[in-house]
Design a protein around this ligand. Structure first.
Ligand code: ADP
Ligand code: MG
Length: 222
């Protein structure tokens, strides 16, 4: 469970988000809204990459921001912003080394995630030589090895072709973690438990995907 209590974010004198008050218990939550409505800023609050100007974000009622970083993973729109090391296995081991885990456990976790998604053949590849879809899967693998409880995706399929998009969506569907997905792909969000519609820094609708998406589409026509 993650709770936003009266969260506002202000940058350069502009209020980008205001009065965000909600608790998320659902397993799959979608976030929609026009460009510039505050979705990415909202998404980054989940794992503490962004901090509220006022209000608070807490995981299971713990006010400790370290809990967010530790338990919430983040997948960026562009995997090039996420992958830092030249070789896939090095990149996947990086976060685990920072945690100070034993060598054997690091190997095991990386192997398990690669195996689970059929990515073993990428283990020794140069990250800069991967296709967009492969990079996005490696970025997701890098988050999964950290064993987060929740994963936030910010427009994860935008740069992918149809095949890679389907591969990523299938992987997302298999996840046991709670997921929050910012997306313009309304099809993807139809089967979710809850959808939040952002407009101009506030949530203007929050509920079942069917109704929220229908109103969003109707609004875009005006
Ligand atoms: N550092 C900043 N200073 C001023 N305005 C910003 C800054 N970062 C983002 N914004 C503005 O905040 C608004 C929301 O941005 P963002 O959360 O990226 O929206 P979305 O992901 O919905 O497109 C945009 O209008 C953007 O221009
Ligand atoms: Mg965005």
């Amino acid at each position: 469970m993650i709770t936003f209590s009266d969260v506002s974010v202000e940058k350069s004198g502009t209020e980008i988000l205001r009065g965000i008050d909600l608790t998320i218990r659902e397993r799959r939550v979608g976030v929609i809204g026009r460009n510039g409505s505050g979705k990415s800023t909202f998404a980054r609050l989940f794992n503490g990459i962004e901090v509220p100007t006022s209000g608070s974000v807490s995981l299971d009622a713990s006010g400790d921001p370290k809990q967010l970083r530790r338990h919430v993973g983040f997948v960026f729109q562009n995997p090039d912003n996420q992958i830092v090391y030249p070789i896939v296995w090095e990149d996947l081991e990086f976060g685990l080394k920072n945690l100070g885990l034993p060598r054997d456990e690091i190997r095991q976790r990386v192997d398990d995630v690669l195996k689970r998604f059929g990515l073993q053949h990428l283990r020794d590849r140069f990250t800069h030589q991967l296709s967009g879809g492969e990079k996005q899967m490696v970025a997701l693998a890098g988050v999964l090895v950290m064993q987060p409880r929740m994963i936030v995706f910010d427009e994860p399929t935008t740069l992918l072709d149809l095949w890679n998009k389907q591969m990523l969506m299938a992987a997302m569907e298999e996840l046991e973690q709670h997921i929050v997905v910012v997306s313009h792909d309304l099809e993807l969000l139809k089967g979710f438990d809850r959808v939040l519609h952002f407009d101009d820094g506030v949530i203007i609708e929050d509920g079942e995907p069917g109704a929220v998406i229908a109103n969003y589409v109707a609004r875009s026509r005006c």
